[in-house]
Write a protein that binds this ligand. Structure first.
Ligand code: NAI
Ligand code: MG
Length: 490
């Protein structure tokens, strides 16, 4: 029987490389540009406008005008929702090409972009489109002869700073609630991956979202990003990225006391008890760490395995890695692409060296793949102890640390022994144990017998230094609303 292999996708076209401000595509005022790199080949894909303070200022003014005077300010909430659905229709029509563009710019396998990034982006925007006309206040019984009610109003101009690991999806997580709430937006995409965000801005304009509602200024963090944070005409910052960057943003935002929401990193414990469905747990642990080249804020990077199944677990993860297909991300068969850039590649290789020198057993991978592109072989460290750097720090790469534990109380204490608190998972068939663990783990999300299950309706965010506030769900919308109390003497 002849085997059918899907043809490789043609290289997607790059159409938008300028700043998008007030509905116009404009070069940066300095005239500077920067290269966005194809991480599979290390070659530049395109030169993109490098925005800075002046461009951020123009974008903030355009967003302010759209918020206070334009069509958007007067539009019925239901019509806002309609425009968001229209944007989703256009995203659906270009789904194939968007997936390819995401793969080209970020390095993720196009199959993953098609199965996850693009459909989840559309789902999130549609979920929030449905909220646009369902934002309402309360009537409140107060003492005395007064009538008191609350209004939910848009927080204003939202500054949004996103990372490179899920470029399109992060756009949706940020634009969705902001647009539903009636805010206007200045977005700074990550310097590594600006292309799909710019394409989405073009589609938003095509959908009829009024000029100035969405503005996009590509550029670097300490320049364009910091200017956005400091800008007095920006009311809120929503940021996803590293906790160290969030600390800088918090300082910079203190001048204007902006509203802040942060979605930061993690060192999430994935805990496998010996009474688990082992096949499911192994698949889940593999996916929970290696998905997206390990570049997930919630990656299950501390895998705690109960002692009686430890050796079997490690052996079977290594076996899965032997069959993992690395290569050209645009090839539909590819399962793992390159890391996003040289910095991330170097950081991961440094941690692999540290793991080896600290005495953990590197049983799979542990080196680069090929000699071109930022590829790292899927790596497994066994005999990892809690004090090792690979057990403490967020590596953000395909490096799994497998730790051995004896009992439940011990693993709760060790699992929580980190300043992060983004996610955790538990694998067991014992329903009481599952719920006890869910209550005991200090994390914004706990998965039981699954990993990386996301839904636009389910709030996501971090305990401790993994974040502030929540995204997604109704909670995610609240972060873009102010509550106004109105009291009328009767
Ligand atoms: P980063 O936090 O520095 O970058 C994320 C975004 O913030 C980018 O758009 C960047 O331009 C912007 N930014 C950087 N400095 C800024 C500043 N001073 N003011 C305003 N905006 C600023 O993360 P980076 O450097 O790309 O990656 C470093 C590490 O952070 C990774 O190795 C990983 O551990 C973690 N990370 C976590 C992510 C998550 O999803 N929670 C996503 C990306 C990175
Ligand atoms: Mg950084």
């Amino acid at each position: 029987m002849a085997t059918v292999t899907k043809p490789k996708l043609a290289k997607p076209e790059v159409r938008q490389t300028l700043c998008f401000i007030g509905g116009e595509w404009v070069p940066s005022q300095s005239g500077k540009t920067f290269a966005t790199i194809n991480p599979a080949t290390e070659e530049p894909i395109a030169q993109v406008a490098e925005g800075d303070a002046a461009d951020i200022d123009a974008a903030a003014q355009a967003a302010r005008n759209a918020l206070e005077q334009g069509e958007w300010a007067k539009m019925d909430a239901r019509d806002r929702g309609k425009l968001m659905h229209k944007l989703c229709d256009l995203l659906e029509a270009e789904a194939e090409e968007l997936a390819a563009l995401e793969s080209l710019d970020n390095g993720k396998p196009v199959a993953d972009a098609q199965a996850a990034d693009v459909p989840l982006t559309i789902d999130c925007l549609r979920y929030y489109a449905g909220f646009a006309d369902k934002i309402q206040g309360d009537t409140i019984p107060v003492r005395g002869n007064y009538f008191t009610y609350t209004r939910k109003e848009p927080v204003g101009v939202a500054g949004q700073i996103i990372p490179w690991n899920f470029p399109m999806l992060m756009v949706a997580w940020k634009w969705g609630p902001a647009l539903a709430a009636g805010c206007t937006i200045v977005m700074k995409p990550a310097e590594q991956t600006p292309l799909t965000c710019l394409r989405m801005a073009r589609l938003a304009q095509k959908a009829g979202i009024p000029d100035g509602v969405i503005n996009v200024v590509p550029g670097y963090g300490p320049t364009a990003g910091a200017s956005l944070v400091r800008h007095p005409g920006v009311d809120k910052i929503a940021f996803t990225g590293e906790h160290l960057t969030a600390q800088t943003i918090m300082k910079d935002a203190s001048q204007t006391l902006k509203r802040l929401t942060f979605e930061l990193g993690g060192k999430s414990p994935n805990i496998i008890f010996d009474d688990a469905d082992l096949d499911a747990a192994i698949q889940g642990a593999h996916f929970g760490l290696y998905f997206n080249q390990g570049q997930c804020c919630c990656a299950g990077s501390r895998v705690f395995v109960q002692e009686s199944i430890y050796d079997q677990f490690v052996e079977r993860i290594c076996e899965l890695n032997r069959h993992r297909k690395l290569g050209n991300p645009l090839d539909p068969q590819t399962q793992q692409g390159p890391q996003v850039d040289q910095n991330q590649f170097d950081k991961i290789m440094k941690y692999i060296d540290l793991g080896k020198s600290e005495g953990a057993a590197c049983l799979s991978g542990g080196e680069r793949f090929g000699d071109r592109g930022y590829f790292v072989k899927p790596t497994v460290f066994a005999n990892v102890t809690d004090q090792m750097a690979i057990a403490k720090d967020e590596i953000f790469g395909p490096v799994m640390s497998v730790l051995k534990f004896k009992d439940m109380q011990e693993v709760i204490q060790r699992g929580n022994n980190t300043f992060y608190g983004l996610a955790a998972a538990v694998w067991t068939k014992d329903i009481a144990k599952a719920h006890q663990m869910a209550a005991a783990l200090k994390a914004g999300t706990v998965w039981v017998n699954c990993y990386d299950v996301f839904d636009a309706a389910a709030p996501f965010g971090g305990f401790k230094m993994s974040g502030m506030g929540r995204e997604l769900g109704e909670k995610g919308l609240d972060a873009y609303l102010e509550t106004k109390t109105v009291t009328v003497a009767l």
